[in-house]
Write a protein that binds this ligand. Sequence first.
Ligand code: ADP
Ligand code: ASP
Ligand code: MG
Length: 412
Amino acid sequence: MSTLVMKFGGTSVANLDRIKRAAKRVGLEVANGHNVIVIVSAMSGKTNELVGWVNETSPLFDAREYDAVVSSGENVTAGLMAMTLQEMDVPARSWQGWQVPVITTSSHANARIEDIPVENITAKFDEGMRVAVVAGFQGISSEGRITTLGRGGSDTTAVAFAAAFDAVRCDIYTDVDGVYTTDPRISSKARKLDRIAFEEMLELASLGAKVLQTRSVELAMRYKVKLRVLSSFEEPSDVAGTLVCDEEEIMESNVVSGVAYSRDEAKMTLLQVADRPGIAAAIFGPLSDAGVNVDMIVQNISEEGRTDMTFSCPTDQVLRASKAMEDAKTSGEINFADLVADTEVAKVSVVGIGMRSHAGVAAQMFKALRDENINIKVITTSEIKISVLIDRKYMELAVQALHDSFGLEKAG
Ligand code: ADP
Ligand code: ASP
Ligand code: MG
């Protein structure tokens, strides 16, 4: 029998009525003849509440205990979804990550899935169970501790299950009806894409488009999972949603295919560090050891053997980053005059495979921002994306201006 993976995000399981609605959709797929693996998120807002409690209890928390707390939201929805299905006479049961088991690395709060043995669930399917409801976002490390996969990680759970069970498709049900040229909540001109290339989706996700977690796209690309994003609020239809697929399967071709933003960025500057061989390693080594995800890096021109080093990281890691730098200073690994944190910045990026063969995208981006009088603080580029750090208060304006400038409301 074929296996289908259906993932329901937080808003799709936000209350008992929504869970019922989602369960009905699962029931339809069971009636279509699939065995279904349902991956559920926590009810919307729940994970944020749990993270809030952790931060209030212990600002530099033990990440193992963070995972023990924040993984719990998914346990509730998994049980409720299984019960709802049983009420509909669909044979179902719930599985927490450790029961499957979803084996992950020990990198707490940001673990990677290493293996999903299929035997336990397959045995139940063989006995007549039709739906395995699995708590997303969580797993177990080789030390036997509960882990979580980073925010938005249920998407990755879903794709990993689709790969492990060789599923016919992985359907990600969310609160928008597909992937758009930009976040439809920021720009009313955002256009739904019928298809998007894996590589573009990967960039958009990693640059902040949280509709899919980055690692879920990576896995789908690697294991050739047929990945679809669709709304759990609309009536079922065959043409619904966005298919994430290979570049070759796409006809339309805008040079820029999307605009992404990341609101919670911070810009940290170490003033007057010694400009000597090994200084970057001495700074970024301790940051990495402290679990800080450094994104952009700029080293200024040095004057009299001293330079300023700027990097960006998520706002919620500023405390960790500052502590790592102060500790490195105390131990004599680095020396700096001051550490300045600007926590009011945002990153805005344009993404498109077409950039590989088109010059002038950067110039057009900078011009669009100049026309809105938006100052650029840091710039980074890669083959298919350009990102800028700007004042957060201009973020929405920048997204809209870039969406207009690159004509994204119309298909290319
Ligand atoms: P879920 O709880 O279902 O996982 P998320 O909130 O994680 O849902 O992701 C869906 C949200 O992603 C949408 O509500 C939308 O605001 C946001 N989003 C950001 N960029 C995009 C985009 N390019 N296309 C669609 N949605 C986007
Ligand atoms: N509940 C987790 C979060 O909010 C995981 C997820 O929904 O994907 O990040
Ligand atoms: Mg999500």
